[in-house]
Design a protein around this ligand. Structure first.
Ligand code: BGC
Length: 369
């Protein structure tokens, strides 16, 4: 009799466990692309943190095509997802976000804003203006602009990210807030198009890189080298992220003028390949954004909202004042949580390593003598 009771109990527990598995709330994770290394890691971290918090999680990457990502999001909705974490590709995502809102699904814009939408309430990202400031400061110090003179000016050329990505404007404006005063003084000269800020859309478009595609940046750099920059030696290139920085460096390396000394090239994301480039004295800097922390914070945010609890995200600040602009979709200002970026050069190359950002083999290669 006892035995039967025990068996029944075990069966009941097992059944309820299976039931619980099936009934776990689903979080759909939609990432934009895989051609920029970081997003692979972002997607995987988000899934891991969601499962750790007791959710069912699915992740898909959109291959830099909004139509594809929309289908993926649609399928999360069909499966009954209760929350979406979305790093979108462009504002074509709006229609599925509107559908999610109609189904009362919680939407969190992840790292990138969902533009022109009033159908969601939360955005979690980094202080993207500061990302740009750090890039500008990296050029300021690499070129020693504080002591440069108009008699011997320095030369820079400007690149921006994808004009379909709201972040690209903040990165650029942050960088130019540091560089413009030197340009005004005549100690720094811009080679090629010069949008003073991203508000100069015509010139911004000329320096922008559609969908953050490395081949586009490489070709543009090659053209600059054989045209606008033919008669000068560039001291620096403002590059918005590591993927594009490496493409720009490749183009420079093919030019005899830069064989012994490359221009100072900025970056962003602390991608492993760029860390090796920095270690080897090629790329000058990157901006480390701890995306593991971002993923953890995004899932905590989703969890608190799903449970109707007050939102408290340790390590992030709720954007206010001027920074609230980062959360302006064009239709609404959403609650925006900001994490802090860090400038990394050869001299503090261990910072992302010490944060546990790489696996053991990568960490060993970055820190090897
Ligand atoms: C992200 C960057 C990334 C870029 C290209 C931006 O939205 O903030 O970290 O390098 O997209 O994927």
């Amino acid at each position: 009799m006892k035995k039967i009771a025990l068996v029944l109990l075990i069966l009941a527990v097992a059944a309820s466990f299976g039931f619980a598995q099936r009934n776990r709330t689903l979080i759909g994770i939609a990432m934009p692309e895989t051609h920029v290394q970081r997003w692979v890691k972002d997607g995987n971290s988000l899934k891991t943190f969601a499962e750790k918090a007791g959710y069912r999680a699915e992740v898909q990457w959109g291959n830099a095509e909004q139509a594809q990502q929309n289908q993926q999001i649609q399928s999360f909705l069909t499966q009954g997802a209760k929350a979406l974490v979305v790093g979108c590709i462009n504002d074509g995502v709006r229609s599925v976000i509107a559908e999610a809102a109609r189904d009362k699904v919680i939407v969190i814009a992840y790292d990138r804003i969902i533009p022109n939408s009033a159908d969601y309430d939360y955005f979690i990202t980094f202080n993207n203006f500061k990302v740009g400031q750090l890039q500008g400061q990296s050029i300021e110090s690499a070129l020693n602009l504080k002591s440069a003179t108009a008699a011997a000016p320095k030369y820079v050329t400007l690149f921006a990210g994808s004009p379909t990505d709201g972040n690209a404007f903040f990165f650029f404006d942050g960088a130019m807030s540091v560089l413009n005063p030197y340009i005004d003084k005549g100690v720094l000269k811009v080679v090629g198009p010069y949008p003073r800020t991203s508000a100069d859309r015509a010139n911004f478009q000329r320096i922008a890189t559609e969908n953050w595609q490395a081949p586009i940046a490489k070709t543009r750099m090659e053209n600059l080298l054989s045209n606008d920059a033919r008669t000068v030696t560039l001291d620096a290139v403002l590059a918005p992220n590591d993927t594009l920085a490496r493409a720009i460096i490749e183009a420079c390396k093919a030019d005899a003028k830069y064989r012994t000394k490359l221009p100072a090239v900025t970056g962003q994301d602390a991608e492993f390949d760029s860390m090796i480039s920095i270690k080897n004295g090629e790329q000058t800097s990157t901006v480390f954004k701890d995306t593991t922390k971002l993923a953890e914070a995004a899932i905590l945010l989703a969890d608190q909202v799903l449970k109707g609890r007050p939102v408290r995200i340790p390590g992030a600040v709720l954007a206010s004042g001027d920074l609230a602009k980062i959360g302006d979709t064009g239709r609404k200002v959403v609650n925006t949580y900001l994490l802090d970026p860090i400038l990394v050069t050869k001299s503090n190359i261990r910072v992302p390593v010490n944060a546990g950002f790489y696996d053991a083999a990568q960490a060993a290669r970055i820190t090897a003598r």
